[in-house]
Write a protein that binds this ligand. Sequence first.
Ligand SMILES: C[S@@+](CC[C@H](N)C(=O)[O-])C[C@H]1O[C@@H](n2cnc3c(N)ncnc32)[C@H](O)[C@@H]1O
Length: 286
Amino acid sequence: MNDAPETLRPGDIVQLTDPKGRHHTLVLEVGRVFHTHKGALAHDDMIGRSEGIVVTSTGGTSYVVLRSLLEDFVLAMPRGAAVIYPKEAARIVMAAGLRPGSSVMEAGAGSGALTCSLLNAVGPTGKVVSCERRPDFADVARANVARWFQGTPSWWELRVGDLAEVGGEGTFDAMVLDLLDPWEHLTTAAHLVRPGGVLICYVATTTQLSRTAEALRAAGAWTEPRAEESLVRTWHLEGLAVRPDHRMIGHTAFLLITRRLAPGTVLPPRRTRPAKGAYGESSASP
Ligand SMILES: C[S@@+](CC[C@H](N)C(=O)[O-])C[C@H]1O[C@@H](n2cnc3c(N)ncnc32)[C@H](O)[C@@H]1O
């Protein structure tokens, strides 16, 4: 078989795009046939050929064939729990300072979507440890990661159990908490993240955001947290009709980002004055 990087091989995850822009995702297998409601497509018509070709189904519909990018795969992957979307996964990799060789812990693993981004970022010289308390979700994460990497990456460890029990201790460069109650796991996180390491809490609601931020301040082991959200607006491009699309993903979650202080370090008091009522009607500060 042709060794060029663009040559499609068995095991490759490919995305087929029809003339209306609709996608199908499949894993190429010798001898298999993919059935759409516009007819059948033989995998063998793609295997051994180049990415970027067009194939035609028995019903006469044409499809552009490209290997899925991780963001395509994440949106198409089988889900147990809700996934972290590519727009936040990209921010997490950057905000956590991940690079080849970094070590990162995450909880929970859920469907393994973020796990794939973390594994990609740190590479075989790094380490990703994922905790997931639900064995059924751990199975989904395991299968998705194995599908994306065409096998289980040697630099990945999946611990099935509650973070509080299986987390243990460590010197991770970064940790990501994507679970309902991150404020309950800050002591565990403090035992896992090295001084200077980054903790990112992914939370869906403002109440979780507020509670986690206050718990981080109260814990004293972390720098002043900062919060952000990412909005991605896609655009319609048609001649002179160039404008934002009418629909967008309006909300996914907030990221709360902080860094581990050295043991024993006490932050100087904050110089900003809380807004009147920030901590309730009766007091101006906690
Ligand atoms: C929203 S999902 C995570 C999705 C994942 N980040 C992804 O991108 O696919 C949250 C997961 O956290 C797990 N979880 C919740 N509390 C946990 C805990 N204390 N320890 C380990 N896992 C936990 C849940 O079972 C669930 O699978």
